[in-house]
Design a protein around this ligand. Structure first.
Ligand code: PEP
Ligand code: MN
Length: 351
């Protein structure tokens, strides 16, 4: 339920409504936007009549949120959520480009990639250290050693790091290193993990499940938001269809649909959604034209030797070219590329 306050409502009136919501056994989520103050009454609201709050001082309107997700809904929070992640923003006018290898493999690989993506215009470095592999015999990631290497790469370039978390067991170690948690497609409905991340205040990139609907993605975001962590971005990474010429099918529709349904930033992963380096730039351009707030792209200095996802990884030169093209599309959309203000020029002598 949303209680929309009158434009001239006083802080005391807002407090009064909050007290009544709590009295009704509901949780309060206060959204103080430029246009309006909205008090979200979250919980089992279907038996509570709207009139209970309509007559309170300072209340303009009381509405039920019709979608099953509440905190993620644009109805509840009409303005875009803009996340500030170590000096750059996601969800506002800036397009954020996060890039790096599928998996951290070695010091030279991650440092070399970090410097290259930074120079090409990326605002964050990605790299997996706990990898969700289809085969238990495939490389599973470097674990904490990989986190140390990512931290070194961050030190070197100033780029914040985006790293996938697969289980709440990894939370204690990861929270010490990571700037953005990635929740991968396979874990989109790992509700225990989502709840655990909801207890932190670390930003989250939540990827859409392999066969998950947009509503299911939003319900998963709701788990994190309900814990009080409102620093969530959503990621379209392709869905399973009958088509076999690409690894997945980019659901380009998901971008405008999500922008309509939710206030959360929307990121596109053109790497996993196509599975082929040759198609990544085209789909990245399409994503920005469709209204995405950013991209997450796999880049490897030597894709042929990558231990995972080499086929879809861009070489640094191709990534730099993609960023240029994306920058032009962003301009057409009245936006620009985000630049991390945390950036310190790379020292010489690495790699
Ligand atoms: C990844 O980002 O390397 C990854 C495993 O992605 P997804 O969860 O989208 O498959
Ligand atoms: Mn990958």
């Amino acid at each position: 339920m949303m209680i929309i306050m009158k434009v001239n409502a006083t802080p005391q009136q807002v407090e009064g409504v909050i007290a009544s919501v709590k009295e009704a056994g509901l949780n309060v989520h206060l959204s103080q936007g430029v246009e309006a103050t909205i008090i979200g009454a979250i919980g089992e609201t279907h038996n509570i009549p709207l009139e209970r709050f309509e007559s309170l001082d300072g209340v303009d309107l009381v509405q039920r949120i019709t979608q099953p997700y509440k905190l993620a809904s644009r109805q509840f929070h009409p303005e875009n959520t803009i996340l500030n992640i170590d000096g750059f923003t996601v969800g506002g006018d800036e397009i954020a480009v996060m890039a790096g290898p599928c998996a951290v493999e070695s010091r030279s690989q991650i440092i070399e990639t970090a410097i290259a993506v930074k120079e090409a215009g990326a605002s964050a470095l990605r790299g997996g250290v706990f990898k969700p592999r289809t085969s238990p015999y495939a490389f599973q990631g470097l674990g904490e050693e990989g986190l140390e290497l990512l931290a070194e790469a961050r030190e070197e370039t100033g780029l914040p790091i985006v790293v996938e978390i697969m289980s709440q067991v990894q939370l204690d170690v990861m929270v010490k290193y990571v700037d953005v948690f990635q929740v991968g497609a396979r874990n989109m409905q790992n509700f225990n993990l989502l709840r655990a991340i909801g207890e932190t205040r670390t930003p989250v990139l939540l990827k859409r499940g392999l066969s998950a609907s947009i509503e299911e993605l939003l319900m998963s975001a709701e788990y994190i938001l309900a814990g009080g962590n409102n620093r969530v971005m959503l990621c379209e990474r392709g869905i399973r269809t009958f088509e076999t010429s690409t690894r997945n099918t980019t659901d380009i529709n998901a971008i405008p649909v999500l922008k309509n349904l939710t206030h959360l930033p929307v990121i596109l992963d053109p790497s996993h959604s196509t599975g082929h380096a040759n198609y990544v730039a085209a789909v990245a351009r399409a994503g920005i034209a469709a209204g995405a707030d950013g991209l997450i792209v796999e880049v490897h200095p030597d894709p042929a030797k990558a231990v995972s996802d080499g086929k879809q990884s861009l070489k640094p030169e191709a990534f730099a070219e993609m960023v240029k093209q994306v920058g032009q599309i962003a301009q057409v959309m009245g936006r620009g590329l985000a630049v991390s203000s945390a950036y310190q020029p790379a020292k010489q002598g690495w790699a």
